[in-house]
Design a protein around this ligand. Structure first.
Ligand code: SAH
Ligand code: F3S
Length: 433
C-alpha cells in the first residue's frame, strides 16, 4: 500500500484543505504516514501570509529531500505554490508538483504520471469543492468553507493574490456539507472564509442567502450544538448577522473581528477604510445583542510609516475593547502587495519592541478575562486527553482550554463545567453532573 505524508501550515482554511487532500488520497487506497522516510508521496500544504511562513516551507523541503526515498514524489500545495509558481522548481529542483490553493484536486495527475513536473496555480474558483470526495467521518469540530478569496485588498495582504477574488459557494452545497458533518460526528460547525461575513449567494429564483441564513440552517440540526465562523471583516457585520448573537443560542458568544491597527492614518494606508467610531459602534451593537460576547482581533505592528503615536492608538484600542485570544504580527513585506514598496518601512528592532509591548497588553487582557471566568459554569466541548493522560481538555465557548480531572466512565462530548481556577494560558474546572 502506497503511503503519503502531509504537513499543513497556516490558517484554518489550510487545515480544511489538508483534510480534503487526505480524504482524496485515502479514497485512492493510500495510507497516511508520519514517517517522511517511508512516504511515497510528500505534500507540504503551505502558507505565504508572512515571509517567515514561506521560509519555513523551503527550509522544511531542504530537510525532507535529504531523508526521503529516492523515488518519492514531493511537492507543495497552497499559497506558497501560488506565490512562487515555477520559481519553486528553480529553488528546489527535485520538486515534482506545485499546486495552488484552488488546484490541489489536480494532484492525481502527478500520481498517474510521476515522471512529469506538474505546475498549476490557476484560480479555478469552486471547482475543487466538486471534484474532491467527501470525508467519511467528521471531527467534533468540523470546518465548512462557504466562500473563498477576498475582495478587500488590504495593501499588506497576499491572500487576494493567492486565493483570488471572493466567491461564495451555493447555499444548498454549504447546507449539504453541514448535514453530512452532522450525520458523521460533528458537534461544532465552524463556517470558514477569508471574508466569511461577506458570504452572499443568489439562487436561480433570485433569493439572496447570507451567513445569517447558514447559521439558522445549521442550528436546525439537533446534533449540532455549537456554531461559529471566521474570519470577519468589521464593516460587513450586518444587522441580520448581529441579531443572530441575540436569537440563536447555538452561535457561540465569541467573534474574531480583526481591527489590525488603532490608527486612522495607518488604517487608511492599509486600505481598511473604516473609522474607529464605526468599529466601536459595531462592538456596542454586538454587546447589546449578547452581553457576554467577547471579541478577538488580529494586529499588525510596524506597518510602513507607523509612528509612536499610531502605535499608542493601537495599544489604546486593545485596552478599550479588551480583546481576548488575539493574534499580533510584525508587518512583513510580501510580493504582489502595495505596502511592500511604500516608503518609510519600519526597522526590525522597532517592530520587535512594539510587538512585545502589544503582546504584554494582550496577555494582560487574557489573564483578566480568564480570571473573570472563575466561579462561572460554561458549556464546553471535549478535545480529548492532555499529554499526561490524566486529565481531559475541554474548549470553552471562548476557545479557552479548560483542564478537568478524567471521570471514570467515557467523557461526554459536551459538558457543563464549573471553572475553579485560571491563569493566563488556561482554566481548570470540574464537570457538573
Ligand atoms: N481574513 C483572512 C486573514 C488573512 S491573514 C483569513 O481569515 O483568511 C491573517 C492575518 O495575518 C491578518 O488578519 C493580518 O493580521 C496578518 N497579516 C496578513 N498579511 C500580513 C503581513 N504582510 N504582515 C504581517 N501580518 C500580516
Ligand atoms: Fe487579507 Fe484584508 Fe482580505 S487581511 S484576506 S485582504 S480582509
Amino acid at each position: 500500500m502506497k503511503k503519503y505524508f502531509i504537513q499543513t501550515f497556516g490558517c484554518q482554511m489550510n487545515v480544511y484543505d489538508g483534510w480534503r487532500i487526505a480524504a482524496m488520497l485515502d479514497a485512492r487506497g493510500m495510507q497516511k504516514t508520519d514517517d517522511i522516510a517511508n512516504a511515497d508521496v510528500i505534500i507540504l500544504n503551505t502558507c505565504a501570509v508572512r515571509a517567515k511562513a514561506t521560509d519555513k516551507v523551503y527550509s522544511a523541503l531542504g530537510r525532507i529531500r535529504l531523508i526521503k526515498k529516492p523515488d518519492a514524489i514531493m511537492g507543495i500545495v497552497g499559497c506558497v505554490a501560488r506565490e512562487s509558481g515555477s520559481d519553486a522548481f528553480k529553488r528546489v529542483p527535485d520538486l515534482n508538483f506545485v499546486l495552488g490553493p484552488q488546484s490541489y484536486h489536480k494532484l492525481p495527475e502527478i500520481l498517474e504520471n510521476p515522471d512529469m513536473r506538474l505546475l498549476n496555480i490557476e484560480l479555478s474558483g469552486l471547482e475543487k469543492f466538486d471534484e474532491m470526495p467527501q470525508m467519511e467521518s467528521s471531527p467534533l469540530v468540523t470546518y465548512v468553507p462557504i466562500q473563498e478569496g477576498c475582495n478587500h485588498c488590504c495593501t499588506y495582504c497576499i491572500v487576494p493574490y493567492t486565493r483570488g477574488r471572493e466567491i461564495s459557494r451555493s447555499f444548498a452545497d454549504c447546507v449539504r456539507d453541514v448535514e453530512l458533518a452532522a450525520q458523521t460526528g460533528a458537534i461544532e460547525i465552524c463556517f470558514l472564509g477569508q471574508n466569511v461575513n461577506g458570504y452572499k449567494y443568489i439562487d436561480e429564483n433570485g433569493t439572496t442567502y447570507r451567513l445569517s441564513d447558514l447559521i439558522k440552517a445549521a442550528a436546525n440540526f439537533d446534533t449540532v450544538k455549537r456554531i461559529r465562523f471566521t474570519s470577519s471583516y468589521p464593516t460587513e457585520m450586518t444587522d441580520d448577522l448581529i441579531d443572530m448573537f441575540q436569537n440563536e443560542p447555538k452561535l457561540l458568544p465569541f467573534l474574531n473581528m480583526p481591527i489590525q491597527s488603532g490608527s486612522p492614518d495607518v488604517l487608511k494606508r492599509m486600505n481598511r477604510p473604516y473609522d474607529l467610531n464605526q468599529y466601536m459602534d459595531i462592538v456596542h451593537k454586538l454587546k447589546l445583542a449578547r452581553s457576554d460576547i467577547q471579541i478577538s482581533s488580529d494586529f499588525i505592528v510596524g506597518f510602513p510609516g507607523e509612528t509612536d503615536d499610531d502605535f499608542e492608538q493601537t495599544l489604546n484600542i486593545a485596552k478599550t475593547v479588551k480583546y481576548i485570544n488575539s493574534y499580533s504580527f510584525k508587518y512583513s513585506p510580501r510580493p504582489h502587495t502595495a505596502a511592500a514598496i511604500m516608503p518609510n518601512q519600519i526597522p526590525e528592532n522597532i517592530k520587535s519592541k512594539r510587538l512585545a509591548i502589544l503582546d504584554a497588553q494582550l496577555n494582560e487582557n487574557q489573564r483578566a478575562f480568564n480570571e473573570s471566568c472563575v466561579g462561572k459554569t460554561l458549556t464546553c466541548l471535549c478535545e480529548g486527553l492532555d499529554k499526561t493522560g490524566k486529565h481531559l481538555v475541554y474548549r470553552t465557548p471562548y476557545m479557552q482550554q479548560c483542564i478537568v480531572a478524567k471521570p471514570d466512565g467515557a467523557p461526554h462530548d459536551i459538558a457543563e463545567i464549573e471553572i475553579t481556577a485560571a491563569n493566563k494560558a488556561s482554566l481548570r474546572g470540574k464537570i457538573i453532573d
